[in-house]
Design a binder for this molecule. Structure first.
Ligand code: GLC
Length: 472
């Protein structure tokens, strides 16, 4: 089986969120199961020079996008056995940031069309293109509208994976002809609520819609989670499924990770305390035995930051310390800065995105707080476990599928159900209760370090889903 994995970001080349982790590790896992999987990305100007140097030029052609004829270069790189293709056009992709430009509709229409056109020029004929999120959502749309007469494309199947339904790629109706080059009689494929909606187009035209956890696949059938697309998804439920993400074990290993102050494994779990002490020192926290809670998040409302804000004072009445790393909405950034000022030696707030510090937090904290309002999958809770920090999570999306309460069987964290600040406080208190029983806590941390969130099982599920798609 030959898969082409189309994404707007992938590690190690370019990353701004969880999609990059998945696109950087799932293809490797699929390949390890004796199937072919290659990745295609835009060639962004912000790629690090040392990564840019790994690329070799393959070919170029002119791409038609409505009335435009645009240069399209194809580059290739080989990274840990996986072939990556890069779509080059400096006008579209040589910019200071990945997304958020006024012409994003056109930039990612170009990218999606280039992916299909590229197949006429490269020596790889995929059976399936697995697209991800709105940036590649036009691949199945263009496939249906422009490529059905092409021998190379006729049997090609498409899977569309939703990593977050909140970002749908919504634009004015005028782009239909002017940018996409589609006639008005095909507007129905993309039109939703008076706009062009790229994600809607993909849901309509792809062979399978997947999302990144089984629970999220259920949740997006309801209005609370679906940001307007629940009705459409209920109609298309026959082709919707959820497969939970895995994490890359090699690059997330406390035994070898250079970011650790002190490397440790399940056999030397007692030494983990050295990381806690070092982090406390580095972040200006008292070197006490208080339960150290880590928070690494984008500071936006759907991450549940308002719950933390609501019970912050009550939480500080417990013997706990907080170390936060995140950036996002000003109101939350200001709040955490203020809390550091109010609780010197007990609260440390770093505003920013610092991967090395994130790892230190996973490997040094006792508990990891992630009370998301919605969470398609979430990777941080799995990485936290891998580094021995016990997750405290709200039961939603992938958080619910990966974390079970330690009060029951086979627990690996603490969970709460309703989006309620005091329910969250209750989970924190229960966690603290266990923390105060050193023997039981030691067992919980040991168990955390043994949880298996490798891609192994999920890659099997993807392959099984791909087989179903090919048979359909
Ligand atoms: C998005 C989701 C996150 C998920 C990630 C990778 O960032 O918000 O929950 O883990 O994609 O699929």
């Amino acid at each position: 089986m030959k898969i082409l994995y189309a994404a707007s970001e992938a590690r190690p080349f370019i990353a701004s969120g969880g999609l990059a982790d998945v696109a950087g590790s799932l293809p490797k896992a699929i390949r390890s199961k004796q199937h072919q999987c290659r990745v295609v990305l835009p060639l962004y100007g912000t790629m690090k020079p040392e990564d840019r140097a790994k690329l070799t030029f393959i070919t170029s052609f002119q791409l038609q996008l409505s009335w435009r004829s645009q240069y399209c270069g194809i580059f290739q790189a080989n990274e840990q056995g996986v072939v990556y293709y890069f779509i080059d056009n400096e006008y579209y992709f040589k910019r200071g940031s990945l997304y958020g430009h006024g012409d994003d509709a056109e930039r990612f229409a170009f990218f999606s069309k280039a992916i299909l056109e590229m197949l006429n020029y490269i020596d790889y004929e995929p059976d399936i293109i697995n697209c991800n999120d709105w940036q590649t959502a036009l691949v199945p749309v263009f496939l249906r509208c422009f490529y059905m007469g092409s021998e190379r494309h006729r049997r090609l199947k498409t899977v569309f994976t939703i990593h977050n339904i909140q970002y749908q790629g919504q634009f004015g109706m005028d782009i239909l002809g002017y940018i996409l080059g589609l006639p008005s009689y095909q507007a129905g494929i993309l039109e939703y609520g008076g706009c062009i909606n790229y994600m809607k187009g993909a849901i309509e035209t792809c062979d399978m819609v997947t999302t990144v956890s089984p629970t999220y696949a259920q949740e997006i059938l309801t209005p609370w989670f679906a940001h307007g697309l629940d009705g459409l998804l209920r109609d298309r439920q026959y082709k919707l499924c959820g497969i939970v993400n895995g994490i890359d074990l090699a690059s997330n290993d406390p035994a070898t990770d250079k970011a650790m102050f002190h490397n440790f494994s399940v056999d030397s779990v007692g030494e983990r305390i050295e990381n806690k002490r070092a982090l406390q020192r580095q972040m200006g926290l008292e070197e006490s035995n208080a339960m150290l809670i880590g928070i690494v998040t984008r500071l936006v409302s759907h991450k549940g930051v308002d719950l933390i804000q609501y019970i912050f004072e009550d939480m500080m009445k417990l013997d706990v310390q907080i170390v936060l790393l995140g950036s996002g909405d000003q109101v939350y950034e200001d709040f955490f800065r203020a809390m550091q000022g109010r609780y010197p030696g007990r609260v440390s707030s770093t505003i920013g995105f610092i991967p090395d510090l994130a790892k230190k937090i996973y490997g040094s904290t006792d508990a990891f707080l992630m009370p998301s309002k919605s969470e398609p999958c979430g990777l941080a809770q799995m990485i936290a476990l891998r580094y021995g920090s016990i997750p405290i999570i709200r039961e939603t999306g992938g958080l619910k599928d990966t974390i079970k309460d330690l009060g029951g069987e086979d627990g690996n964290g603490f969970t709460f159900q309703s989006y309620n600040a005091h329910d969250m406080l209750g989970a924190i208190e229960r966690c603290k209760n266990l923390y105060d029983q050193p023997g039981k806590w030691h067992d919980a941390v040991k168990h955390a370090l043994q949880c298996d969130f490798s891609w192994d099982k999920s890659a099997d599920a993807y392959i099984e889903m791909y087989h179903r798609v090919l048979e359909s």
